[in-house]
Design a protein around this ligand. Structure first.
Ligand SMILES: [Zn+2]
Length: 77
């Protein structure tokens, strides 16, 4: 059963979610604030190793800030 990481665009909370079906993905809500403004994070095994320095993973982390480490909080924009 796949587990996906989600991040709340409202409060920045990152949480894991079991998806029992495709339709369940449309109803994922933030565990912290209950907002439906969540984005699915790509957590493939190939990304977590750090890459070779030019992957999309490193580009993503470079745009993050010390506040949220994800690039989606109000400080980032
Ligand atoms: Zn939230």
């Amino acid at each position: 059963m796949p587990v996906y990481d989600y991040k709340c665009r409202k409060c920045g909370k990152v949480f894991e979610k079991f998806l029992r079906s495709v339709s369940a993905a449309a109803t994922v809500k933030c565990e912290k604030c209950g907002s439906s403004q969540v984005v699915k994070l790509v957590t493939c095994c190939a990304v977590s190793s750090g890459g070779k320095g030019e992957g999309s993973g490193s580009a993503k982390s470079s745009s993050s800030c010390s506040t949220c480490s994800g690039g989606t909080c109000s400080t980032c924009h």
